[in-house]
Write a protein that binds this ligand. Structure first.
Ligand SMILES: NC(=O)C[C@H](N)C(=O)O
Length: 327
C-alpha cells in the first residue's frame, strides 16, 4: 500500500464537522465540532484510495474565517505541496465562505498538485449527511494525476467545480455550489473523476501572487448598492483607512448619484474602488464616465480576495485592472 498517493486533509470546520441534537435537524446546529481524525475515521473507504494524514487548522463556522487564517492556510498548503512525499491536499471548510478561501488559494498556491475543497450542507449527525461521500470524492479527485494543473477545485455533490467560478447559490440544498455561466470542470461517477473542461483564467503556478512570506493582507471592504444607498458607508470606509472598496453594484455595476459621490471621495483619499455586481452573474463592463475599476465576472466576495492580493503588489489602477481581466 506504500504506492498509494499521499493526501493531506486540512480541516477548518463548517457543517461537515457539525453536530446537531437529532438526526432530522439541518439548521441551527453547531458548526466545527468534530475533529479531523473523526471525520477521516468515519470514511474507511478512503483507505482504498490514498494514504491520508489529518491536520486541524481551525474548527469554526466559515462565517468566522479571517484573512489571517486563509493566509496561514495558503502558506501551510505551499509547504506541504513542496514536499516530494505529498501528492495533493484536501481542505474541509464551511460552505458559507468556502468560495473566498478557495479562490485565495487558487491565486496563491505555487504547485500543479491537486488542491480540493470540500464541505457539507447537512451536519454529520443528520440522516443522509453528505459529508462522508463529499470527503471521499474530494480524496478521489486529489489522488487523481489527471486533476493536476486545473487550479483549486471544489468537490461537493458528485461535481468538480473551479474555485474561480463556483459559488454557494442556495442557502440549504445539497447542490448549492454552482457556476451558471461556466458550469463544472467535471463529475465523479461511481468513484471515478471525469474531467470535461479547463479554466482559461490564470491560477496557481502561473499566478504572480506569492504570499509565502507575507505577514498581513490589506484591508478591503464591500459596500452594497441598492435604492437610496447612503453615501456615509463610504465615509465610514475612508475614516477606517481601508485599502480598497468593492462596490457590489446594482445590475451591470450601475452607480447611484450618492454612491458616485462616495466613490469619488474614496478615490481622492487614495482608496482603490472596484465595481462588481450584486446579480451574481455576468461581466461588469468598463463603461466610460463610470467611476472605479471593474471586477470582470468575479462576485463581490471574490473581487475582494483579488483586490487584497493586487494591493500587495501595486496601487496602480491600470495594473490592478489588468489583474481583474486576467485572473
Ligand atoms: N454548510 C456549512 O458549512 C455552513 C456553515 N455555517 C459554515 O459555513 O461553516
Amino acid at each position: 500500500a506504500t504506492t498509494q498517493p499521499h493526501i493531506v486533509i486540512l480541516a477548518t470546520g463548517g457543517t461537515i464537522a457539525g453536530s446537531a441534537a437529532n438526526t432530522t435537524q439541518t439548521s441551527g446546529y453547531r458548526s466545527g465540532e468534530i475533529g479531523v481524525q473523526t471525520l477521516i475515521n468515519a470514511v474507511p473507504e478512503i483507505k482504498n484510495i490514498a494514504r491520508v494524514d489529518g491536520l486541524q487548522i481551525a474548527n469554526i463556522g466559515s462565517e468566522n474565517m479571517t484573512s489571517d487564517t486563509i493566509l496561514k492556510l495558503s502558506q501551510q498548503v505551499n509547504m506541504l505541496l513542496a514536499r516530494d512525499d505529498v501528492d495533493g491536499v484536501v481542505i474541509t471548510h464551511g460552505t458559507d465562505t468556502l468560495d473566498e478561501t478557495a479562490y485565495f488559494l487558487n491565486l496563491t498556491v505555487k504547485s500543479d498538485k491537486p488542491v480540493v475543497f470540500t464541505a457539507a450542507m447537512r451536519p454529520a449527525t443528520a440522516i443522509s449527511a453528505d459529508g462522508a461521500m463529499n470527503l471521499l470524492e474530494a480524496v478521489i479527485v486529489a489522488a487523481d494525476p489527471n486533476a493536476r494543473g486545473r487550479g483549486v477545485m471544489v468537490v461537493l455533490n458528485d461535481r468538480i467545480g473551479s474555485a474561480r467560478f463556483v459559488t454557494k447559490t442556495n442557502t440549504t440544498t445539497l447542490d448549492t455550489f454552482k457556476a451558471p455561466e461556466q458550469g463544472y470542470l467535471g463529475v465523479i461517477v461511481n468513484g471515478k473523476p471525469q474531467f470535461e473542461t479547463r479554466v482559461e483564467k490564470i491560477h496557481t503556478r502561473r499566478s504572480v501572487f506569492d504570499v509565502r512570506s507575507l505577514r498581513k493582507l490589506p484591508e478591503v471592504v464591500i459596500i452594497y448598492g441598492y435604492q437610496d444607498d447612503p453615501e456615509y458607508m463610504y465615509d465610514a470606509a475612508i475614516s477606517h483607512h481601508v485599502d480598497g472598496i468593492i462596490y457590489a453594484g446594482t445590475g451591470a455595476g450601475s452607480v447611484s448619484v450618492r454612491s458616485e459621490a462616495g466613490i469619488g471621495k474614496a478615490e481622492k483619499a487614495g482608496i482603490i474602488v472596484i465595481r462588481s455586481s450584486r446579480t451574481g452573474n455576468g461581466i461588469v463592463p468598463a463603461d466610460k464616465g463610470q467611476p472605479g475599476l471593474v471586477a470582470n465576472s468575479l462576485n463581490p466576495a471574490k473581487a475582494r480576495i483579488l483586490l487584497m492580493l493586487a494591493l500587495t503588489h501595486t496601487k496602480n489602477p491600470e495594473l490592478i485592472q489588468n489583474y481583474f481581466n486576467a485572473y
